[in-house]
Design a protein around this ligand. Structure first.
Ligand SMILES: N[C@H](CCC[C@H](N)C(=O)O)C(=O)O
Length: 269
């Protein structure tokens, strides 16, 4: 079966998008998703995104990390799908319903209301998620927030100086995080301006992480070291995150369609 795809990215966080809203795909397994994402022998991407019909929203967006695991949310892909879809839409995800609004060269997305309780992140046991009594090497006293998917956020003096490639996988897979975790290391770069590096659950270091920017901006606002809207600078570029206590998160930023292609499903199944 020949499958068309659209290669897209948000600030360099890249996706293979399969639009199955009209024609159903064969069953997707973790192994198939990982093979498609593989940059050496597959098409190559950080996440594979599958669009399907939905009974609860305009359509459904499924997200598969490069390791094949299906997860709840993907901010950069949400903007890419908004660009692809072309009009405002409500989209069902495993992390909740989000609202897409295409904008010039990208999109604005209502990512829903963040969750702060330890068992909503989730953590393996109860603790104050606003100032966690834990640490790894140079990183300690993080915050943990669920923005559809789980994030731990460390604020340091110089985020560029942290060897996230080394400590990221250790934290991602720590037993404190029963569903693993996305690891965010940020610094205050100016008034309401953060710099951020992310080790993504199931992927590794990426050029950008939209949900990481959302979680980190919310954490900074809660901590009183930034006010909404927050400009978050990632290695791939900038996102604007707006949030007020008790409300939903609004992320605005670019999205890009790179090229279109197709592949033989049997080559990956
Ligand atoms: N690695 C993330 C999913 C993709 C998040 C990131 N690509 C984004 O833009 O939000 C997770 O396992 O929750």
């Amino acid at each position: 079966m020949r499958i068309p795809f659209i290669k897209m990215h948000g600030l360099g966080n890249d996706f293979v998008v399969l639009d199955a809203r009209e024609t159903a795909l064969p069953a997707i397994t973790d192994a198939i998703a990982a093979r498609i994402a593989d940059r050496r022998e597959g098409i190559g991407c950080d996440q594979m995104i599958v669009l399907e019909p939905s009974d609860a929203a305009d359509f459904k967006m499924r997200i598969f990390n490069a390791d094949g695991g299906e997860v709840e949310a993907c901010g950069n892909a949400s903007r890419a799908v908004a660009l692809l879809h072309g009009t405002a839409a409500r989209v069902e995800t495993a992390g909740g319903t989000i609202a897409l609004e295409p904008a010039e060269g990208g999109a604005s997305v209502d990512m829903g209301v963040p969750k702060f309780k330890w068992d909503a992140v989730p953590l393996a046991y109860a603790m104050d998620t606003a100032n966690m009594p834990v640490g790894w090497d140079d990183l300690d006293a993080p915050m943990a927030i669920n923005v559809g998917n789980p994030h731990v956020i460390f604020f340091v003096d110089d985020a560029d100086a942290i060897n996230l490639a080394a400590i990221g996988p250790v934290i991602e897979t720590d037993p404190l995080f029963p569903e693993r975790i996305n690891v965010n290391v940020a610094s205050v770069a100016g008034e309401d301006h953060l710099t951020l590096h992310v080790w993504e659950r199931g992927v590794g270091l990426t050029r950008a992480c939209g949900t990481g920017a959302c979680a980190t901006a919310v954490a900074a606002i809660r901590k009183g070291i930034a006010r909404s809207p927050v400009n978050v600078t990632l290695p791939g570029g900038d996102l604007t995150i707006a949030w007020e206590q008790g409300g939903s998160i609004r992320m605005t930023g670019p999205a890009t369609e790179a090229y279109r292609g197709s592949f033989e499903w049997d080559d990956y199944s």
